[in-house]
Design a protein. Structure first.
Length: 396
């Protein structure tokens, strides 16, 4: 299994280079995806491996659209985009909205193509955006809706509200279900035949979202839980472990050269580092929109921003606070790629500012030298004329 995904990762990298993505961006992004927190999924049956490949390709695909996109170059980038969006969209129900989130930025990125090709691109993206969720809701995709509903209410909303019986009553649940465990349904051994699941079918995700937004403290609790998990330094959501020789205890495996250590240095700098990164991304997109300098990197940043926010919302509304480490792994990779884009943009702005100040300093220095030289020449001319007049008067 691991060898198969490694080969797919190599083919994905080759495809990105063939599309014209700068090799520096491919190398840095590959370093992020190769972190043990992500790459170890390759040797498992988890669906996250497909998502990692899809996010890796789609994010860098936007950088390829910065280059010249002609009619002859339309089919190869568009076909690969459709393939990887399908790969990520049907991998897991939590990731089924990946094509819908990428549709807008992708359609805008190929705006220089002909109207016929843009219509084809938008049509296929719309079909993928609809077909991916339907694969799990109506098709053969694995869907544990009964467990997710329990988690969204009992292990989510009821955890965010201290008076959990009140919020359960507001959702219309009978009082006899008020003391059910507020944790994982499988650990609580509440199977699909329990009568509470019949009642939870009448509770929609919109009802749960309305309860969060009706009380700001619940919304704040949900966001702080998500942000804390995204900021945490984890080499793997289950803890990359190896057996110790001494007491056969399992110890954490975190090499110093991994991306996990580098991201920890950034996100540990402030309690609000995730919020700062998101606000910085919004400001960067707003500046590009105002200056009318929108590029492929802005489309990639918009895609990742929408992906991270939607994943946080879908995780809390869809499965509560159960296994946030595992359910937010896709948002974590998106946040890491956002950090690369925002960091590169910030460094470019700093270098541009320093270069402009240096040029102004050089120009002021040259202007000052020229003014001093001119003043010196004028002074010499005055001395020469005055001495000549003095001599002429003395002679007469």
């Amino acid at each position: 299994m691991g060898t198969t995904y490694w080969l797919l990762l190599c083919l994905t990298t080759a495809a990105l280079l063939a599309l014209g993505v700068p090799s520096a961006w491919v190398a840095v992004s590959l370093f992020v995806v190769s972190d043990p927190g992500y790459i170890l999924f390759f040797n498992s049956f988890y669906a996250e491996s497909c998502l990692f490949l899809a996010l890796f390709f789609v994010t860098l695909w936007f950088l390829a659209t910065d280059l010249e996109v002609t009619t002859a170059r339309f089919w190869a980038p568009a076909s690969l985009l459709w393939l990887f969006l399908l790969l990520g969209g049907v991998s897991k129900v939590l990731y089924s909205f990946l094509p819908a989130i990428a549709a807008g930025p992708a359609a805008h990125s190929l705006r220089r193509s002909s109207g016929f090709h843009r219509t084809i691109l938008a049509t296929v993206l719309a079909l993928l955006a609809v077909a991916s969720p339907l694969h799990f809701l109506k098709g053969s995709g694995p869907n544990f809706d009964w467990a997710n509903r329990y988690h969204a209410v009992y292990a989510g909303l009821a955890v965010a509200e201290p008076d959990h019986k009140k919020v359960l009553s507001d959702l219309g649940l009978p009082d006899r279900f008020g003391d059910l465990p507020r944790r994982d349904v499988f650990a609580a051994r509440i199977g699909p035949s329990h009568p509470v699941h019949q009642v939870l079918r009448d509770v929609s995700r919109l009802d749960v979202a309305a309860q969060y937004f009706s009380v700001p403290q619940r919304l704040q609790f949900a966001w702080r839980s998500v942000a804390t998990e995204l900021r945490a330094a984890r080499s793997h959501h289950r803890g990359n472990t190896e057996r110790s020789v001494e007491a056969r205890r399992r110890t954490r495996y975190e090499p110093h050269w991994t991306w996990s250590r580098l991201r920890a240095a950034v996100f540990d700098a402030s309690r609000y580092s995730v919020e700062i990164l998101i606000l910085g991304s919004i400001l960067a997109l707003a500046c590009s929109l105002i200056r009318r300098s929108w590029s492929g990197r802005d489309s990639a940043l918009l895609f990742l921003l929408g992906w991270c926010v939607s994943q946080a919302a879908m995780t809390v509304l869809g499965d509560g606070f159960v296994s946030l480490r595992q359910h937010l792994i896709g948002a974590r990779l998106g946040l890491d790629l956002m950090l690369l884009l925002v960091g590169a943009r910030s460094l470019e702005a700093v270098f541009r500012l320093v270069g402009r100040k240096f040029i102004e300093w050089r120009q002021r220095g040259r202007a000052g030298s020229r003014s001093k030289l001119t003043a010196k020449r004028n002074g010499l001319c005055k001395v020469t004329v005055s001495s000549f007049l003095d001599r002429l008067i003395a002679t007469n």
